[in-house]
Design a protein around this ligand. Structure first.
Ligand SMILES: C[S@@+](CC[C@H](N)C(=O)[O-])C[C@H]1O[C@@H](n2cnc3c(N)ncnc32)[C@H](O)[C@@H]1O
Length: 221
């Protein structure tokens, strides 16, 4: 058994995913009245992201079950001890990452979220999952909260906040990524600048699209 497949985490994640499946942001008033082009523009905006996510604060916007399992496996198989996450929301991805740390023998997930109500929900879920002792939730804009006090060496980075900020967040964390560190970026297609950066080996990464939504990259040096 692993922490991921045992009680209390397995039934908790099952419930959270069922709730997430039942609340599509596509049904929100914001989304429903938006053209496809406007949606793509907002997802890629470096200036409108705070308002966009504020309007979606009641939606979990979680990674898929498959990406959650992938996160657990990547963190476990690399023996990760230090993980940074951009975009906590209700903590569904964080639960997978913290479960891997538990099964690796301990460590720390530093995760970042600017919606106060989401921070409270994530804290509640991580407590219910028995994993809160492995997680530091930094409340505020990640451009600020992830600009300081990071571990010397980071094993895994999950990018799942405002897509247009992926290059800036990567820049904040880059000097701490150990050689071989993994970066998982969800829906990175909304940041061509990010994809260009990690897909060019001269920048020190190997990178490949993986599954439906994920760009998986590895730090080379
Ligand atoms: C796609 S959701 C994250 C889902 C989460 N990783 C999961 O799978 O459960 C993105 C989250 O990032 C937050 N966010 C977006 N931009 C942010 C920023 N600049 N700083 C902090 N949080 C941000 C949003 O409020 C939203 O809750």
């Amino acid at each position: 058994m692993s922490t991921l497949t045992a009680t209390p985490l397995a039934p908790l994640l099952n419930r959270l995913f069922v709730e997430a499946d039942a609340t599509s942001p596509a049904d929100s008033p914001l989304w429903a009245n938006m053209s496809r082009d406007d949606h793509a523009r907002l997802m890629s905006s470096k200036t409108d992201y705070a308002d966009f996510y504020a309007q979606l604060k009641d939606y979990p916007l979680a990674v898929s079950r498959e990406t959650g399992a992938l996160l657990y496996m990547l963190a476990r198989s690399t023996g990760a001890r230090t993980i940074v996450e951009f975009g906590t929301s209700f903590g569904i991805s964080t639960l997978h990452l913290a479960a891997a740390l538990r099964d690796n023998g301990g460590g720390l997930v530093i995760t970042s979220e600017f919606e106060a109500s989401k921070v409270a929900r994530a804290r509640h879920n991580l407590t219910e999952g028995g994993l809160i002792d492995l997680v530091e939730i930094r409340e505020g804009d990640a451009l600020e909260t992830l600009s300081r006090d990071l571990p010397e060496s980071i094993d895994l980075l999950l990018l799942d906040g405002a897509k247009a900020l992926y290059p800036q967040i990567l820049h904040l964390v880059e000097s701490r990524l150990r050689p071989g560190a993994l970066i998982v970026a969800d829906n990175a297609e909304y940041s061509p600048e990010y994809l260009a950066r990690v897909r060019s080996p001269v920048n020190g990464y190997l990178s490949t699209p993986f599954a439906e939504d994920v760009e998986l990259s590895m730090r080379l040096r």
